[in-house]
Design a protein around this ligand. Structure first.
Ligand code: F3S
Length: 395
């Protein structure tokens, strides 16, 4: 059976709802046909990746501007991090040229009705679907978190397909929108106590590398905070391409339990740490907030930095969403962080900002940040706890 469309969907495809909606519907139906979907389903939330001008370039911006001529969002849509803090970019060393182009990108999204807060943790700032809801999200850590921790259903969308869902309110029903594809395939027994976000990042590295795209069922973790789960989601999605996991007693989805078992010990986490720690890394950049920091994390960091001073020659970025930064300002956390000489950077992150050549070595609590720092920016990396990162910054 082929892809069946409703009357409204056919009209979108015929261009009766405008040029951008037609193009968007072409993307959705093409994907549906490729993946054998029988119908389209409504989505209630969209998160679009590919926002940094650094990644998009002029060709990407041209495409967005064309879509913005008559394309308008039909559902709540937010953006992934851009290449800079949309307000305080100058003091973070971003060039005027880049800022102008980044603003053009955000303007195009705004014209389409997108809520232009740029974050990879939309679930912390009001784009929060509920269990069982179908959505179309693009950023890999957010996809993994929403499928696994929230229990919403999304494929790992690309930037154009997520935008297409925003403009049509639809996605094709295939992949992780179908319950049979969300079942666990390999069981991982964690035989060590996990402490902070870096440990969860290391666990994501170990499981990601072993599991690839097969769905993991993880046991042995008695408790995990939202911050730890976002760190794990980012890491397991980066190192393995996983878009959903199950964690016994912690995540809400039902699943069959696989027979195949693998054991994970502290030695495995230590080995992952050794891989992510470059020898003789000269640390001049410290970045925390990958995925974007919660207000809880910012409060903790503000306390650590209160009355201290970042060492000369070191740059510190705490990256977060703009609404969280606004709250941090109201609560006095921003002042404490910035008085110490660190930056609370909204809308951006160390992976998508144009930072190549600016630093030699990154210290972070995020396994995902290590991956991009090495791959995109040629930085050496060290993974540590948040506390150790801040100690390094002021030592
Ligand atoms: Fe988010 Fe950037 Fe990390 S998009 S998950 S802070 S690499």
């Amino acid at each position: 059976m082929g892809l069946e469309l409703t009357k409204e969907e056919k009209e979108m495809l015929e261009g009766k709802h405008g040029k951008a909606t037609r193009k968007a519907m072409e993307i959705i139906t093409t994907l549906g046909e490729i993946y054998g979907a029988e119908r389209l389903i409504p989505v209630s939330s969209v998160q679009i990746a590919g926002v940094s001008y650094h990644n998009l370039g002029e060709a990407g911006l041209e495409y967005l501007s064309e879509m913005a001529e008559d394309g308008r969002t039909r559902v709540l849509t937010t953006l992934n991090p851009a290449g800079m803090d949309m307000e305080e970019w100058k003091k973070h060393g971003i060039s005027e040229d880049f800022a102008i182009n980044q603003q053009r990108v955000v303007n195009a999204f705004e014209k389409m009705g997108v809520v232009t807060t740029c974050t990879c943790t939309p679930y912390l700032i009001g784009n929060l679907p509920h269990f069982g809801e179908h959505i179309a999200w693009a950023e890999s850590s957010a996809v993994c978190f929403s499928n696994s921790v929230i229990g919403a259903l999304t494929n790992r969308e690309g930037g154009p397909s997520a935008l297409a869902s925003a403009l049509t309110g639809k996605t094709a029903e295939y992949g992780l929108h179908l319950h049979e594809n969300r079942m666990a395939q390999v069981k991982y027994e964690v035989k060590t106590e996990l402490n902070q976000t870096d440990d969860f990042g290391l666990l994501g590295h170990v499981i990601g590398e072993r599991t690839g795209k097969t769905v993991p069922y993880i046991t042995g973790i008695s408790h995990a905070t939202t911050e730890q789960l976002k760190s794990f989601s980012a890491s397991v999605a980066t190192y393995g391409g996983v878009a959903i996991f199950h964690m016994e007693g912690i995540t809400p989805n039902r699943t069959t339990i696989p027979d195949k078992i693998e054991i994970i010990t502290r030695d495995d986490l230590n080995a992952a740490r050794t891989i992510l720690d470059d020898e003789q890394a000269e640390i001049d950049f410290i970045s925390v907030g990958c995925p974007h920091a919660s207000i809880q994390e910012i409060a903790t960091i503000a306390k650590m930095l209160d009355g201290k001073q970042v060492t000369e020659g070191k740059t510190v970025w705490i990256t977060t969403a703009k609404p969280t930064k606004d709250l941090a300002m109201k609560m006095g956390f921003y002042d404490k962080i910035e008085k110490a000489g660190a930056f609370l950077v909204a809308d951006a992150c160390c992976a998508v900002a144009p930072l190549k050549g600016r630093f030699k070595g990154l210290m972070t609590d995020s396994a995902k940040a290590c991956y991009y720092a090495r791959g995109k920016n040629n930085f050496k990396t060290e993974i540590r706890t948040v506390e150790e990162c801040i100690k390094e910054a002021v030592s």
